[in-house]
Structures are given as structure tokens and as C-alpha cells.
Design a protein around this ligand. Structure first.
Ligand code: ADP
Length: 407
């Protein structure tokens, strides 16, 4: 079995690098947004402070203009008058300031450290808290928006990347499985052909006793059967892929039919080699199925139970009714399956990538075909295993058919 192509880690590295660049980019973008909003807020507060200074200047100028107003000396010649300056009323000044500068308040005592006293010390100017609070709110709003937009952006882009990554992984995986498949099929074709060639040469070039000729004939038949099975499977897979795998269902009593298929398969694999145990329900169980296609399903499952278990094998086939369904379970005590392989078991070309599977000839098409045929019967097939070394079980569920009246 080939190893994963070297592009796989490269693909992962690219994915990780793009994700890191994206996160750094978004982090930088957050930073810019937060800094810019702080700067904007500071500028606005400075502008507010400028209006407070302007208010202070306005009030100061009005005071100074009052202080410097002198009576016309020519009107009261020789009279020196001492008069206190007639300063405008503080309430009037407050109204004037607040009318013109709505964000500035005239207060008796400073509220902020830098609140300036009016020129005559009668009160202080401070900035109202509302606009500053509003600015603060606006700033947090901007930051919140930046964070949510950024998070949304990251989620969208990362989801896209994950999808892309998965798609690429699937593509690469399929390509790898196809490559394995090509070498497996080549091997599967070459081995029986080579052996047939040797037997043909032996038969035609040497005079052999009858018992040896009979043994060679058996071996040749087995090779031909292997080739026939492989080509049949390949044709069925091609049909399934193009949607042309047509089945011809008919009412089928499962007990005698299944017994026949299992026993024939046991015989083909070498009498007793499967360690076959049949546990069939005593009631008559019927389904609507194509005997040939369903036979392919059972043969593939039994062939796997043979291939992926060591001698002495124990293969159990059970047949039972389950409400409106029929259950056929083929289980073995062989190599077993790990939980991580179960979801991909019925994929085209999939073969478990361990040492044990590598030593066994196969194309990774058998279970795909099993699934396609069972689906066409309106049923489903599941695999289960208690773990590596603990055997496997394949359960085929088909709709049950009431016993036909004429049966
Ligand atoms: P193939 O047997 O030609 O490789 P299949 O599609 O029949 O292809 O099986 C796919 C893979 O599932 C096999 O390569 C094997 O690793 C695993 N498998 C199938 N049946 C069994 C089983 N009974 N026990 C352990 N592993 C199995």
C-alpha cells in the first residue's frame, strides 16, 4: 500500500500558514481600529477642551471690557471719582456661556483637575459629562463593531479554508486510493494469469498422472474464478458509479437461499476454511431481492471474513427478523477494525492502511459494491468491531416481505 503523498504535509503547512497570516492580519486590524478610535476620542475631547478655553476667553474679555470702561474725563472736570467696576451678574454670564457653549458648565468648584477659574474667580468652567460619556460610548461601540466584524471575518474565512482543506484532503485521499487500486488490480490480475500460464505449460509439456491433472484443473478453475470475480466486481462498480447498476428483485425466502450461498462460498474457499456457523431464525423470512446481486453482497462479506482472519477461522452468519426488517449479520473473530477506519470502510478504493491489510490481496472495492447493492434494495449496511484483534461484524438490514400467499 502506498504511503500518503508528500503534498499532504505541505498542504497542511500552507493551511496553517494562511490561518496564522489571517489571524495576525485580523489582530493587526483590531489594533488599528482600537488605536484609531482612541485617537479620535482624544481629538474630540481636545476640541471640547478648546471650547471650554474659548468660553473662558469670552467671559474674561467681557470682564476686561467692563474693567476698562472709564467715564469721559471732559464731562466732570476736576472731579476724581472712585467707583467699583460694575461687573455683570454671574447668572447672566453663566447663561451667556452656556447658551453659546452647550458642552461647558459654570460650576462653583472645579470638577476636573484642569477646570479653569473665571477671571474674577467667581466660578469655574468644566466640561459637561454627557458628551464625554457619549464619546466613550461611541468609542466602545466602534471597538465592539470592529471585534464582531473581525470575528465574523475570521470565522467566514477559516470556514472557507477548512472546507477547502477538506475538499483537497478528500481529493488527495481519493487520488492515493486510486493509485493503490491500480497497483492492487494489476497484482490481482497478474497473479492468477501467471499461475494459469504455469499450469497450462505443465499440462501441455508433461505427461502427468490423472490425480495430478485433476488437482491442477481444480487450481486452474480457482484462478479463473478469481479472475471472473474480480472482473465481475469491476464491472459492477463501474455500473454503480454510472448509475447503471440495475437489480431485478423478486420475492426471496432467505433461509434456504442464504444457506446455499454460504455453503458454496465455504466450498470455494476450501471446505471448512471459513469455520462457518449458521444461526438462522426458525421462522420463514422473506425479502424482495435480486438473488444474484444479494449473493455478491454475502460473498464479498464472507470473502473478507476469510481474508482478514487467520486460521482457525470462526465465521458466523445469522439471519433474523427485526420488526419490519430482516437482519443478516456476517461476523468473524479476525483482525478487527479500529474506530477511526469504520466511517470510511464503504468508500471506493478504501483499504485499511495497516501491515495486516497490506499483506492481503484486495482492491478496496468489495465493501463499496456491497453498500451500493444494499442501498438499491432499500436497505443499509453497517460495520462494527470491538477493536483491533477482536473481530468484525457486518450487518445488512433489508425490508422484510410478508410471506407470499403462493409460497
Ligand atoms: P478489499 O478487501 O478488496 O481490500 P473491501 O472493500 O472488501 O476491499 O474492504 C475494504 C477494507 O476493509 C479492507 O481492505 C480491510 O482493510 C477492511 N475489512 C473489510 N472486511 C474486513 C473484516 N472482516 N475484518 C477486518 N477488516 C476488514
Amino acid at each position: 500500500m502506498a504511503t500518503r503523498p508528500s503534498t499532504f504535509p505541505l498542504q497542511r503547512i500552507i493551511f496553517l500558514a494562511v490561518s496564522v497570516v489571517l489571524c495576525v492580519q485580523v489582530g493587526w486590524w483590531f489594533n488599528v481600529q482600537i488605536r484609531e478610535s482612541s485617537r479620535l476620542m482624544e481629538a474630540r475631547i481636545r476640541a471640547l477642551r478648546a471650547t471650554r478655553a474659548e468660553a473662558w476667553q469670552l467671559d474674561g474679555l467681557s470682564l476686561l471690557s467692563h474693567l476698562h470702561t472709564r467715564p469721559d474725563p471732559s464731562s466732570r472736570t476736576g472731579v476724581i471719582e472712585g467707583r467699583l467696576p460694575n461687573l455683570p451678574d454671574l447668572e447672566q454670564r453663566r447663561k451667556r456661556i452656556q447658551g453659546r457653549y452647550p458642552h461647558v458648565a459654570v460650576v462653583p468648584a472645579p470638577i476636573a483637575l484642569d477646570d479653569p477659574a473665571l477671571l474674577d474667580g467667581a466660578a469655574y468652567l468644566t466640561l459637561r459629562p454627557e458628551p464625554i460619556l457619549e464619546l466613550e460610548n461611541q468609542r466602545w461601540h466602534t471597538v465592539f463593531r470592529a471585534v464582531t466584524e473581525g470575528a465574523f471575518m475570521v470565522v467566514v474565512v477559516l470556514s472557507g479554508l477548512v472546507l477547502l482543506y477538506r475538499k483537497l484532503s478528500e481529493e488527495l485521499d481519493l487520488r492515493l486510493r486510486q493509485r493503490n487500486f491500480t497497483s492492487a488490480v494489476t497484482h490481482e490480475l497478474k497473479t492468477p494469469i501467471a499461475s494459469l500460464k504455469v499450469w497450462t505449460e505443465t499440462l501441455f509439456t508433461r505427461t502427468l498422472p490423472d490425480d495430478q491433472r485433476a488437482r491442477i484443473r481444480d487450481l486452474m478453475e480457482r484462478d479463473l474464478e478469481r479472475l471472473n470475480e474480480l472482473v465481475g466486481n469491476l464491472l459492477d462498480v463501474a455500473r454503480a458509479e454510472s448509475g447503471n447498476l440495475v437489480i431485478h428483485p423478486e420475492p426471496l425466502e432467505l433461509e434456504p437461499w442464504l444457506r446455499g450461498v454460504c455453503e458454496a462460498m465455504d466450498h470455494r474457499l476450501g471446505a471448512g476454511a471459513l469455520g462457518l456457523r449458521l444461526e438462522f431464525s426458525s421462522e420463514a423470512i422473506w425479502t424482495h431481492a435480486d438473488p444474484k446481486a444479494l449473493g455478491t453482497v454475502i460473498e464479498n462479506l464472507l470473502s473478507n471474513a476469510f481474508k482478514y482472519a487467520a486460521d482457525p477461522r470462526e465465521t458466523t452468519v445469522t439471519l433474523d427478523g427485526d420488526g419490519e426488517d430482516v437482519l443478516i449479520v456476517v461476523s468473524d473473530l479476525g483482525h478487527g477494525l479500529s474506530a477511526k477506519d469504520l466511517p470510511r470502510l464503504f468508500h471506493r478504493f478504501f483499504r485499511v492502511g495497516d501491515e495486516m491489510t497490506r499483506q492481503v490481496a484486495g482492491t478496496g472495492l468489495g465493501l463499496f459494491l456491497v453498500k451500493e447493492i444494499v442501498i438499491r434494495h432499500g436497505g443499509e449496511v453497517r460495520a462494527s468491531s470491538r477493536g483491533l484483534g477482536l473481530g468484525s461484524a457486518f450487518t445488512v438490514r433489508l425490508p422484510r416481505l410478508p410471506r407470499p400467499a403462493d409460497a
